[in-house]
Design a protein. Sequence first.
Length: 331
Amino acid sequence: MRLALIGAGRIGKVHAQAIDAHPEVTLAAVADYHAEAAEALASTYGSRALNANAVFEDANIDAVLIASSTPTHADYLERAARAGKAVLCEKPIALDLARTREALKVLEAHPVTCALGFNRRHDPQFSALKQAVTEGRVGNLETLTIISRDPSPPPAEYVGASGGLFRDMTIHDFDMARWLLDEPITHVHAEGSCLIDPAIGEAGDVDTAMVTLTTASGRLCHISNSRRACYGYDQRIEAFGSAGMLQAQNESETRLRFTGEPGQVEEKPKWFFLERYAEAYSREIGDFVEAWQTQRPPLAGPIDGLEALCLAEAAERSLKEGRRIALDDIH
């Protein structure tokens, strides 16, 4: 696969490293609004810098990875589809449902392999938990608990551009909930507060939230979010069922635990998503390439992006209106 990367920022650099490590992928080009950033990243991996227009016009480019700013995702995704290029798009496709649905219509009219960047599905621990649940190891799954806490809050000015906590942060947890529960979610109830940075509240967002999801059969999922965990990136999942419980724990550098007279001491979790999910990003590229080669659906696709955004919309409405929201009202 000859793959072009659009976006040379923080997440673009993570993807470039994963692309370079894959034996069947060539980083064919790097594009970015800031030409200097594209040139610097391209030179690191022996590639070339192009503008976005040239990427879509180049017949020698098979696929595009969209890691640019969120407002550009839908436009670039549509251009890739119309050009017949496979596409891996960072989440979200767009910040609103109407624009997301427009992009999906273009994909229907111009079908190409399209993967969405819900990288946590590719994490080894979470993948193993998913397989164990599917195989019935916990019996009938009854409750799911997802804990996701950032090490520190983003700047307040980031809030508006990101779409807020539910669209920017919790959306990964919504996707994990859908994937692990594996049945329709019917209702959403969200509570939120601004407990960490008053400036985030002044920007119209929350920095602390709890969300309860209910499925068609009555299964319950609880999501706990915070923009600050002083000890690092807190990423845990518990699946509880009639025959037992499964837990995915935080990752540290070595997973060592010291036990002595003072007690037990473990390392802090890895600091942020770049370290915590490095392997997931690598496996995400592998899944995308295999999906393109075999013409099978990728592990996460555009419909998953739409459904996770519907849950984010429902959570925002629940918080604003102070009530439980039925997903039928969102769809």
